[in-house]
Design a protein around this ligand. Sequence first.
Ligand code: UGA
Length: 434
Amino acid sequence: MTITVIGAGYVGLVTASVFAELGNKVFCVDIDEVKIANLKKGIVPFYEPSLGEYISRNINEKRLFFTNSYGQSVPKSQIVFICVGTPPKENGEANLTYLFSAVEEAAKNLKGYTLITIKSTIPIGFEDDLEALVKKYAKTKYEFASSPEFLREGTAISDSLHPDRIIIGTNSKKAEKMLLELHAPLPGERIICDMRSAQLIKYASNSFLAAKISFANALATICERTGADVTKVVQGVGADKRIGHSYLYPGVGYGGSCLPKDVLAFIAQTRNFDYDFELLRAVDAINNGQVASLVNKVRQSLNLTEKQGKNLAGVEIAVLGLAFKPNTDDMRDAPSIKIINSFQDLGAKVTAYDPKANEAAKKILPDIKYSDDLYEAISNKDLMVIVTEWPEFAEIDLEKAKKLLKKPVIVDGRNIFDAKKVRALGFSYTGVGR
Ligand code: UGA
């Protein structure tokens, strides 16, 4: 098949590469000229393991083409995937500006029957507005479908090649057949439904994952107060196959461009349908509380009480990890931002180290020091705080770290260390929920 993917962000680039890899001819369109010029040379605008190889290979094999032109791609395509971002507005609702302009441009360029498939996360009910927009411009027969994406950053290619499920949201038999055929080489359960249900599946999935994480974070707080060990508690809870182990790891809270945004958008949207999603409001509140909890642990581990004016003045903190999770340089809604802002508000000086995200972080956190070396970052600091669980942090030479730090203090926001082992080496160690 010939397909066009609109939007060269995470979802768009991975979708385009995977469909090209499966043997389709794929055009990837984006309005950003620099981005497209770089992509033509195989330069990926963000860090994602193996994506660059997939892009280069499919460019070389003439299955993947990058362009700024809707006119050169859409008229040749049987399916047009809309993969542009729907970032949150201040009130939590999704900003649909990019979505509407992408759909409008696509509509103006349709030629012959075309299936417009929405992969962007769009609010429930907005498919009607999109249909009205296309109707205004299209001079040909078209249909709509919604096929949300479930890939995770850091494992995007393998998630796309091995999906648990493929959602085909459409009322058209022809559209259903086309999407089944396109996805035929991929594994996973096929779920055929209407567009609204497809959109709800996406919001509900991300919200449920967020709820599991907040549940684990609430358990961690309870463990801290009762003296239980949350690692054992979640191991025991997750061993029940009905619950499962994944997304039950407590930490500094969920971040990234999806979970926080989708939880807030789901709360805002369901309110429009006269439902107060109290459960999700609590999920969000628990998530926000994880930052304050970490900051408190820093204060306590330095024996500073709140009575001393919540003050971290003069304290030098090494923050290890900035990206919202390992294997990405993505700083969108990363917990590190709120954590570092709190440290700064309390007067601390911060030096940060992240294996991949230092450059991206400099734009958001310009007033801190950055180090390109882990050991240099912790040198002469009052303590080190683990914010992202990069594998190299768990491998740190703790004897060396102890010598480099001013005080042997670790606050581990991701439970990467064995508490007993670290304490036996003479560290003051505070994890999450144990
Ligand atoms: C998430 C979903 O997992 C994908 O299925 C979905 O396609 C994507 O959003 C999206 O909507 O595009 P992603 O944002 O890449 O993917 O991140 P996750 O790997 O799900 O992690 C989200 C956050 O939860 C991270 O900050 C991570 O550190 C945190 N987390 C995850 C925990 O704190 N504990 C856990 O047990 C698991």
